[in-house]
Write a protein that binds this ligand. Structure first.
Ligand code: B12
Length: 481
């Protein structure tokens, strides 16, 4: 089979957790999910291409031209809940022109599989992982298997939607993502310092139980240290990659595994600058190992400067742990980014002020103030559904809802106030003479300077007080400026 995977650009949404300026400067990232799917399909003997229309800045028409010359038997798209309509619009257009079957996959399929394929232009959906489902689906399309034998597939038969339950997979068995099909030289993230840059996933799932996160209590499914470092080595030698952001929910969950990865990176002498996400209840010994292996940046989920808020969201950390870990990370010479929530359960103006003060006291290199949201699968969302509220996200997928700011019954703050407070926190945090001076002195290239400076200017001068739609939204792309 000839399989074309398309990654479409997406707009800013009022219902999402980030402010528009953050979404705009967040970065150009490789469509990693599609690169996994491509590698899986190729290992099963199929011919695959990935068109990263977002990064290559391609119009629908240009993608169509590329597809016409590739002549796919089937097209594939990754769908998230939030950007579902953007991807659907691309599917509508390409399917109307090419008339080949469409298969979709991605996190949203785990939540709303039947709703997602209820559209006539979508033929198949992969509910969880593609590892066995895609090879088996293609066997079925070639007449060597029946559709009802394809585990993890949602499909249509005589006007009815059928769902075959997925089987658990071992992440260790996945081939490395097919980065050879991606324009690796074009990716960059707001804080990146080197090129080429990529993102990596070394484990699936997270055992913690934070109320605002959709990944909590999911099965932790790690790849072995050897497999992880093999992938890094492949990135280094084959794709000229010099900086990697490890996007695992928490890279440091298993201390032994993380240490083994760090030591193996050092054994193989890989000059890679890397970053990862972690909780603050991390062992100092592990932090030292990470620094020695080239870790330059850690993203900590700090969430709030108020202990009551931290306890209320089930975060299981203390302000004191945050202070100690951030201090030690900085002493070791690693940069620290703090993720904070605005509008968490019990939030007031006073607690937001406390959070901003705390962030300043910690003197973080980067901060992110996200609006707390009842995202699908989060405990916050589950509780709203249990109380009998309509599921906005399900309605959104079914096109019964529009993009709008969602209720937050857990705080006295209105949505408008939350928007304003998040904006105020960003502006206030960044507009300090010493912070700006330090940030400017650390910049390593003109491109990095430009990206950060433009981001700052946009944040100060063109950020709206209350989130609104933006029909002209285009994510920042340093190669296009
Ligand atoms: C890297 C990444 C990105 C990258 C690249 C996009 C991508 N997914 O490739 C960037 C930064 C661009 C990105 C953007 C966004 N992302 Co993102 N991203 C991730 C991340 C961290 C890793 C993806 C990954 O490789 N996982 C490992 C692989 C093995 O698992 P997988 O992605 O689920 O893919 C498997 C299956 O789902 C399936 N599959 C996936 N796609 C497809 C497509 C086809 C055709 C088929 C057959 C199968 C299939 O097969 C894959 C292999 O088994 C995940 C979190 C995570 N840890 O997974 C979030 C995640 C997927 N993103 C998420 C979100 C919210 C977004 C954004 C909306 C964020 C934003 N506000 O801008 C955008 C939307 C992008 C879009 N086009 O719609 C959510 C989705 C939640 C949801 N309910 O849909 C996740 C789950 C994070 C989270 N917990 O909130 N993301």
């Amino acid at each position: 089979m000839k399989f074309a995977l398309i990654f479409n650009p997406f707009k800013y949404k009022v219902h999402e957790e980030n402010l528009r300026v953050v979404q705009k400067y967040f970065g150009m990232f490789p469509p990693l999910s599609l690169a996994w799917v491509a590698a899986i399909a190729r290992d099963a003997g199929h011919e695959v291409t990935i068109i990263d229309a977002r990064t290559l800045n391609l119009t629908k028409r240009e993608v169509l031209d590329r597809l016409r010359s590739f002549k796919p038997d089937i097209m594939g798209f990754m769908m998230t809940t939030y950007m579902f309509v953007d991807t659907l619009e691309w599917i509508n257009y390409l399917k109307s022109q090419l008339k080949v079957p469409v298969v979709i996959g991605g996190y949203n399929l785990r939540i709303y599989p039947k709703e997602s394929i209820s559209y006539p232009q979508i033929d198949y959906g992969v509910i969880e992982h593609a590892l066995d489902t895609i090879p088996h689906l293609f066997e079925a399309l070639e007449g060597r298997r029946k559709l009802e034998e394809v585990a993890g597939l949602v499909y249509k038969e005589k006007g009815h939607i059928k769902l075959n339950l997925p089987r658990p997979v071992e992440f260790e068995k996945f081939p490395n993502p097919a980065r050879d099909l991606l324009p690796n030289q074009l990716y960059a993230e707001f804080p990146t310092e080197r090129k080429n840059f990529t993102v990596m996933i070394t484990s699936l799932g997270c055992p913690y139980k934070c109320d605002f996160c959709e990944a909590g209590r999911s099965v932790y499914n790690p790849r072995s240290p050897e497999t992880v470092v093999n992938e890094m080595e492949e990135c280094f030698y084959k794709y000229g990659i010099r900086e990697i952001d490890i996007f695992d929910y928490d890279f440091t969950i298993d201390k032994k595994r993380t240490i083994a990865i760090c030591r193996e990176m050092r054994n193989r002498n890989l000059d890679i600058l890397w970053a990862c996400r972690s909780r603050v209840d991390i062992d100092p010994e592990l932090l030292k190992e990470m620094k020695e292996a080239g870790c330059g940046r850690i993203y900590y989920g700090l969430e709030s400067g108020s202990q009551e808020i931290l306890d209320g969201i089930n975060k299981g950390i203390t302000l004191d742990q945050i202070r100690k870990t951030v201090k030690y990370t900085k002493e070791l010479g690693m940069k620290v980014l703090g993720f904070f929530l605005v509008g968490a359960p019990g939030e007031t103006r006073k607690t937001v002020k406390k959070t901003l003060k705390f962030a300043k006291e910690l003197d973080l290199d980067y901060v992110q103030f996200s609006k707390c949201l009842a995202k699908p699968l989060t405990p916050l969302w589950r509780r709203m559904i249990e109380k009998g509220e309509r599921d906005y996200w399900q309605d959104w997928i079914l096109a019964k809802e529009t993009d709008r700011s969602l209720p937050r019954p857990w705080t006295e703050l209105s949505n408008k106030e939350i928007d304003r407070l998040a904006r105020w926190a960003y502006v206030n945090y960044h507009s300090r003479f010493l912070f700006l001076l330090k940030a400017s002195l650390r910049v390593k290239s003109f491109k990095e300077f430009k990206r950060k400076f433009l981001g700052y200017l946009d944040m100060i001068f063109s950020q709206e007080n209350v989130s609104r739609e933006d029909d002209k939204f285009v994510a920042y792309h340093e190669e296009r400026r």
